[in-house]
Design a protein around this ligand. Structure first.
Ligand code: NAD
Length: 259
């Protein structure tokens, strides 16, 4: 299937590795020119070189912290009028809500709610004026089924989800869709870091914990960044213009509900 987005411009945040990288690779493979963002220049440049080597759209790398105003300004200066926006940043730390103070909540809300909203604010009107736009926010399965130790993530990402639900119904008349992709467990540094933190706190062995978790997923494995990227690229395709305001769960069947 031709996704019909060859030559479009995409801004992909948090893309030197993991899920954001999977999205950047899938979009570039569809012929989209991608501007990839991550904080560490060396890792980002290496990722850009590998995506370029795979062929497809052009790749620009912008090393910055997307959760800061300056970072967003630099990313948007490199990609001023994206047709496709993939929002993504590191998730908040694990913990117990009794230990979190206002500053911890503000940091989580800033990174995982206000940063995507700011990026949308600065790009959505131009997308509407051009009559094409695809916005995908990488959130978490925790929005649908909260994870107790990830209270900061449950809370901050739910705020973004509620906001997007309203806006997505407004922009779709201009062929601008906004959807959220909800990862369950994907084999990335973030997931392995989470296991290491849980293992350290509980005295368990991280590898044993990882194997046990994998066994609980109906697919009996974790997802891959490439699988995540492929779904993202479809949501950004011309074929997905009637799909907006949705929370698309990718979790190998882990969520047990019918809907
Ligand atoms: P990861 O740590 O493997 O990769 C994160 C990428 O984002 C890296 O390229 C990193 O450099 C970049 N990044 C992080 N913070 C940034 C910032 N402030 N500015 C610019 N770039 C930044 O993580 P991942 O597993 O790909 O997760 C991506 C998102 O999905 C996170 O918010 C994570 O919490 C969420 N998530 C992941 C899983 C999973 O199983 N992997 C599950 C649920 C939710």
């Amino acid at each position: 299937m031709d996704f019909g987005i060859r030559g479009r411009r995409a801004l992909v945040c948090g893309a030197s590795r993991g899920l954001g990288r999977g999205c950047a690779e899938a979009l570039a493979a569809e012929g989209v020119d991608v501007t990839i963002v991550a904080r560490t220049r060396e890792a980002l440049e290496a990722a850009a070189a590998e995506i370029r080597a795979a062929g497809g759209g052009k790749v620009i790398a912008v090393a910055c912290d997307i959760t800061t105003e300056d970072g967003r300004a630099r990313a948007l200066a490199a990609c001023p009028e994206p047709d496709i926006l993939i929002t993504n940043a590191a998730g908040p730390p694990l913990g117990d809500f009794r230990d979190w103070r206002r500053a911890d909540w503000i940091a989580a809300i800033d990174a995982n709610m206000l940063t995507p909203i700011e990026l949308i604010r600065q790009t959505v009107d131009a997308m509407q004026a051009r009559g094409f736009g695809r916005i995908v926010n990488i959130t978490s399965s925790a929005v649908k089924a909260p994870i107790d130790v990830l209270g900061l993530s449950n809370g901050a990402r739910s705020g973004l989800t509620g906001f997007v639900a309203g806006l997505a119904r407004k922009t779709v008349a201009h062929n601008v869709t906004i959807n959220n992709l909800l990862p369950g467990q994907f084999d990335t540094d973030r997931l392995n870091g989470t296991f290491a933190a849980i293992a350290a706190a509980s005295g368990q062995d991280a590898a044993t914990l990882r194997a046990a978790r994998q066994d609980q997923v109906p697919a009996r494995r974790f997802g891959t960044a490439a699988e995540f990227g492929a779904v993202c690229a479809f949501l950004c395709s011309v074929h997905a213009g009637y799909l907006t305001g949705q929370n698309v769960l990718l979790d190998g069947g882990a969520y047990p509900g019918t809907f």
